[in-house]
Design a protein around this ligand. Structure first.
Ligand code: SF4
Length: 469
């Protein structure tokens, strides 16, 4: 925020502290480049965040506007898309310092931290095990929700301001924590949540069974060793966002998809029910999988049981077992940090009683000069909260290095780290256009269409807040 004043309710809840009313003022006047310049003071990825943020700002706006919020998130996307199509770049550092920070992990936290550190003139290098940067954004969120050209364009802009990337290098294999600490004045561990475990169901080791996150990661890194086609009958078990993403991706690959959920179908958000119906994904509700059947080591079916729920506690219904034939199964499973990458340093680092890496309020671990933030510390969280942590950690690291952040780069204490279900647009349907499709099979194009300039101005003018720079 420019002045640290969180004037409006929407601004008070934005994890990145975007000066919403000022950027809105620019959009109202058709000054889209200026709106971009304002947003990127707090958020280097407006086109990405404008597609994936759960938009708590709009919930505040809705309560002030009879349930009809200004589509802030979609306007942020519009500004990001405008910057993409007009080749606008991020602000370059005003000076260069001979101080360097090494960042482990090129996901939302690491990229965001690198941006804010670079803005202060600090040399930053991001080390990542994957071939391309982006973490969850590149490997788990499907391209029909987050087009890769948009993502990689916004990441490329970091390179333009001097962020260095080293890909295909893995902490714990290619270098140790001591080695990276020796190369830099400070280190940020931002390796995200790269581990999932299948539920302990008999038959889980059969070929064709994996977690939804593993399926998404393998598909997006071209490492899926199972062919999915129109002949595939698949089952997705669970209803978190990774399960929904996996089901929708499987449909696009041509597979028949059933989704097994413990709750009733009515308990799903209406937008999710609509998408599942539109994309011909069958819901089998109030059910749980008890056994995975295999033949020759490969999954061929599932045994399920009906579930009932009393005050949130589930129990199986006696004599309600049934079977589903299938040849591919994905289970939703909580993503967790993989601390094995810390190697010998794991014994030197402090962990909380619940097994999470222990950091203080400045994201500092107990080892001098080693910081950690984002999902690697707190577990799963939406992209925008990971980015907020990267920003806050960058400011803490700068202060550790005796560098004062520029005026206006304020550290918000992210107020909410817990996971949220944000699979679909929370903005009102009437302000967002969705591409009409007959069948999603084979169609990987983006579904939510962006605003044109006239609509963006018209929608921004619905915002009654006024704030000038
Ligand atoms: S959409 Fe998200 S990042 Fe954008 S202003 Fe709202 S809360 Fe902030």
């Amino acid at each position: 925020m420019s002045d640290g004043n969180f004037t409006y309710p929407c601004e008070r809840v934005c994890p990145l502290g975007i000066d919403i009313a000022v950027f809105m003022e620019f959009v109202k006047n058709g000054a889209f480049g200026e709106a971009f310049g304002k947003i990127v003071l707090d958020n280097p990825f407006p086109a990405v965040v404008g597609r994936v943020c759960p938009a708590p700002c709009e919930r505040e706006c809705a309560s002030a506007n009879n349930g009809n919020p200004v589509p802030i998130r979609h306007l942020e996307r519009f500004v990001g898309d405008h910057a993409y199509s007009h080749g606008l770049l991020l602000p370059a550092p005003e000076n260069e310092l001979e101080i360097s920070v090494g960042i482990v992990g090129a996901g939302a936290t690491g990229l965001s931290a690198a941006y804010f550190l670079r803005r202060m003139g600090i040399q930053t290098t991001i080390y990542d095990s994957m071939p391309r940067p982006g973490g969850t954004m590149a490997y788990l969120i499907p391209s029909f929700l987050l087009p890769r050209d948009v993502l990689f364009y916004e990441i490329m802009r970091l390179e333009k301001i001097g962020v260095r990337f080293e890909d295909r290098v893995c902490l714990g294999k290619d270098f140790s924590l001591a080695e990276i600490r020796g190369k830099h004045d400070a280190v940020l561990l931002a390796a995200g949540c790269s581990k999932t475990e299948l539920p302990k169901i008999p038959g889980r080791k059969s070929a064709g069974v994996m977690t939804a996150a593993d399926f998404l990661r393998k598909y997006h890194s071209a490492a899926l060793d199972i062919k999915i086609s129109g002949a595939t009958e698949s089952v997705v078990v669970g209803e978190d966002r990774w399960a929904i993403f996996a089901a929708r991706l499987l449909r696009r690959l041509g597979a028949g998809v059933k989704i097994v959920i413990k709750n009733s179908a009515q308990s799903l958000p209406p937008q999710i029910r609509k998408v599942l119906a539109d994309e011909q994904i069958e819901i089998i509700d109030s059910a749980a999988v008890t056994t995975i059947f295999s033949q020759g080591g490969k999954v061929v079916g599932l045994r399920c049981v009906k579930m009932s729920s009393t005050e949130g506690a589930f129990s199986s219904v006696p004599d309600s077992g049934f079977e589903i034939e299938c040849d591919f199964v994905c289970f939703s499973a909580r993503r967790q940090p993989d601390y094995s990458i810390l190697g010998e340093a794991k014994d030197l680092l402090k962990f909380t009683p619940s097994g999470k890496l222990d950091v203080d309020s400045n994201f500092s671990t107990n080892i001098y000069g080693i910081f950690a933030a984002g999902e690697f510390v707190f577990g799963e969280m939406p992209v925008v909260y990971s980015m907020a942590q990267g920003k806050a950690a960058a400011i803490s690291i700068a202060q550790f290095l005796d560098i004062s952040p520029p005026a206006g780069m304020t550290r918000l204490a992210p107020f909410q780290y817990k996971s949220q279900n944000y699979t679909l647009s929370p903005a009102p349907q009437e302000t967002i256009l969705y591409r009409q499709i007959q069948s999603c099979v084979g169609d990987f194009g983006e579904i939510a269409l962006g605003f044109d300039e006239a609509t963006a101005v018209e929608q921004a003018r619905r915002c009654a807040c006024t704030k000038k720079e």
